[in-house]
Design a protein around this ligand. Structure first.
Ligand code: SF4
Length: 62
């Protein structure tokens, strides 16, 4: 599983960081970035929850 954050859509709510801090982080600009694009199997469920809960639908699974 790979994830990608559209930094043009992200509004920095931080929901993804709360749900899956091992995969998502905030940049100095206050937007989310996937710190690992290849999500380990044990974190896939949390990463999918982050995708579903993002208010801006800024996270994609690839
Ligand atoms: S939940 Fe969505 S909008 Fe909020 S920081 Fe994460 S990617 Fe950005």
């Amino acid at each position: 599983m790979k994830v990608w954050v559209d930094d043009g859509t992200c509004r920095g709510h931080g929901m993804c960081l709360t749900l899956c801090p091992e995969v998502f982080s905030l940049t100095d600009d206050g937007y989310s970035v996937a710190i690992t694009s290849d999500v380990p199997t044990e974190l896939e469920e949390a990463a999918r929850e982050a995708i579903e809960c993002c208010p801006e639908q800024a996270i994609s699974e690839r």
